[in-house]
Ligand binder design. Structure first.
Ligand code: DOR
Ligand code: ZN
Length: 344
């Protein structure tokens, strides 16, 4: 096969940031995706419908003229979130809200302490049909970082799902066999996104032969048995697992530091990275479902009607991307070769 045409995909989990970052990140994401679920972990976070609609306008202003791109802004849940705020956000067309346990990742200090305190908010989300997106890791210092996803399932996710059976939940960027099995065993109101880095890499790629800061993200890469379980489930075309890149830009100097930031910036090569994985799995026929069907189906939105085409054509991911302010970003998989390229 030398050419692959699929229904235009969406990215169900992306970080576009704000301000100077937007001209970079929005162009990169709109290159290939028609819609994106945009994460709200700005400083300060996007907590009200009004803030969300203003943020959406700033993103739309950064969309290149020749692109058709619909950013779906999410609300950041905190201990200040009320059922009333959820009702207003839902009426304003906001389809989802994000739960970060406090301290779980970049800009999550304002997030939720004591998840049970949000149960009246989850009740309202369930009634409004708003999706709950979850960064599923506990943050207790005594829990090993490699066990934090599993602990979150046991302590929080399973109880939330049981208590609110109609609440649609996306378990974001899953990394373990435990998470995969949990979603497969849950009802059809539970789904998960999977990033390119968690399909392509395992913790050896982070630590063997030297620390690789550009492969550092949260949840952290796990052992290869977990990686293989994620690969199996996408190769099987399981419909409750879909594309969410978690593309998250950090400047080169903030990643190459003695306390490097978490996040992989994959937006310029996202669909090609996934094509690379699916080809490797001999499952290119499953790419379209994962990238373009299962996400909108779960969110209850229409599938896109136009298409994109990938060519079998080797190219190399650039080693650096220069920003307008002279900073730079090292993209995920920098300097590595990919077999598929999006036709412009
Ligand atoms: O690696 C990550 N980076 N994981 C997240 O959950 C957040 C993201 C970011 O915002 O940089
Ligand atoms: Zn994220």
């Amino acid at each position: 096969m030398t050419q692959l045409t699929i229904t235009a995909p969406d990215d169900w989990h992306v970080h576009l940031r704000d301000g100077d970052f937007l001209s970079e990140t929005v162009a990169a994401t709109a290159r290939c995706f028609r819609r994106a679920i945009v994460m709200p972990n700005l400083v300060p976070p996007v907590q009200t419908a009004e803030q969300a609609l203003e943020y959406r306008q700033r993103i739309l202003a950064a969309v290149p003229n020749d692109r058709d791109f619909d950013p779906l802004i999410t609300l950041y849940l905190s201990n200040d979130t009320t059922p009333e705020r959820i009702r207003q956000a839902s009426e304003a067309g906001i389809v989802a809200a994000k739960l970060y346990p406090a301290g779980a990742t970049t800009n999550s200090d304002a997030a939720v302490k004591g998840i049970e305190a949000l149960y009246d908010v989850f009740q309202q989300m369930s009634e409004s049909g708003m999706l709950l997106l979850i960064h599923g890791e506990v943050t207790d210092s005594h829990i090993d970082i490699f066990d934090r996803e599993k602990a979150f399932i046991d302590q929080h996710l399973a109880p939330i799902h049981q208590r609110f059976p109609d609440l649609k939940i996306v378990f974001e960027h899953i990394t373990t066999a435990d998470a995969t099995d949990f979603v497969l065993g849950a009802s059809d109101s539970m789904a998960a996104t999977i990033t390119p880095q968690h399909l392509l890499l395992n913790r050896n790629d982070l630590l063997v032969g030297g620390i690789r800061p550009h492969n550092y993200c949260l949840p952290v890469l796990k052992r290869n048995t977990h990686q293989n379980r994620l690969r199996d489930v996408v190769a099987a075309g399981e419909t409750r697992f879909f594309l969410g890149t978690d593309s998250a830009p950090h400047t080169k100097h903030t990643k190459e530091s003695d306390c490097g930031c978490a996040g992989c910036y994959s937006a310029w090569s996202a669909i090609e990275l996934y094509a690379h994985v699916f080809e490797d799995l001999d499952a290119l026929d499953k790419l379209e479902g994962f990238a373009s069907f299962y996400g909108p189906d779960f969110y209850g939105l229409a599938r896109n009607t136009d298409t994109i085409t990938l060519h079998k054509q080797e190219w190399t991911i650039p080693s650096e991307i220069k920003l307008a302010n002279q900073d730079s970003i090292v993209p995920f998989f920098a300097g590595q070769r990919l077999a598929w390229q999006l036709a412009e």
